[in-house]
Design a protein around this ligand. Sequence first.
Ligand SMILES: [Zn+2]
Ligand SMILES: [Zn+2]
Length: 363
Amino acid sequence: MVQIPQEILDQAKELRAQLHAAPELSGQERETEGLLKDFLKKRTTLELVEEDGWFYGVHREGDQLPNVALRADMDAISGENGPYHGCGHDGHSAILAGAALACEGKTLGKNLFFLFQPAEETGKGAMQCREMLKKEKIQAIYGLHNLPGFPLGTVMIRAGTFACASVGITLLFQGAQSHAAYPENGRNPAFAICRLVGELSSILSPENYQGLVLATVVHLLVGEKAFGVSAGEGELSLTLRAHRSEDLALLKEKICQQAEALAQADGLTLTISYQDEFPDTTNPPQLCQRFEAALKKSGIPVSQLQEPMRWSEDFGWYLKETEGLFFGLGAGEDCPGLHTPEYEFRDELLAKGIQSLLTAVFL
Ligand SMILES: [Zn+2]
Ligand SMILES: [Zn+2]
């Protein structure tokens, strides 16, 4: 096993604590970025490339050598008392910075790119950063996410879909407001919206799709609490999710068609908008097998994830453009779930995180 010196682990742990104390929401990771850059400037000879709201460090050995990227996300999520690191991206960034320290002064036979990405939670960060793949001619990219509910320190891999594709969709139905005593004079969207919600289960029938699909109602608003008024406007927001991007596109199409038909029947205008779009994060099977073998050879515990994660990860954007892998790192069966108020990244994972990323570099 690649042993990571205790000194590096101590520094990564300290960095993680600093990042944890400065949580910033997606797209606002200024202080986080500053902390990471300072850390790397003081301790490494990496060439730092600054972009708008993100950056990467380059360990460059030669123009003819393979270019491999390692990526960490930096953003926090919102909680009851403001932003907090409820997804462990503080830990992911500390792992990547620790990996950079572990490579310092070494000859690897490769050029390594340490990519610190913003805004993973909204799916916008990878869309922004993927331009560096072409610019730097990256041949492979690797990234990880800590996984509560799985054995502490075990690398969880999956050939094929690792995390679902998802998208937020808002359907705005506009009719006409009228006096509540004369609803027949208006066009109230409540009926169309309720019918659409009722029809979701048949739209989701498994025989229509190749893998799992979900449509979760996240928000619904019709009219106002004004008892003299029959509502003239309403909107329904859903999060759509699927193991495969193709299924997500099909689900989107079916819901939009049905919404359109219901709107037409009631004389309503329908406006559809999308947000937080994520592709599926899908790993090439052969590379996954090689990673498994390499981990076993290094004595790092590894296990297969049976089902794709239902959540989404914007790392999928990178895998649509170049080779690479996304994998999980078990955070312990007793670890509180991601995005719960009790969650915090476990520092015990720093060593395994650095080791597994550096194992991937040599696939
Ligand atoms: Zn998250
Ligand atoms: Zn996350």
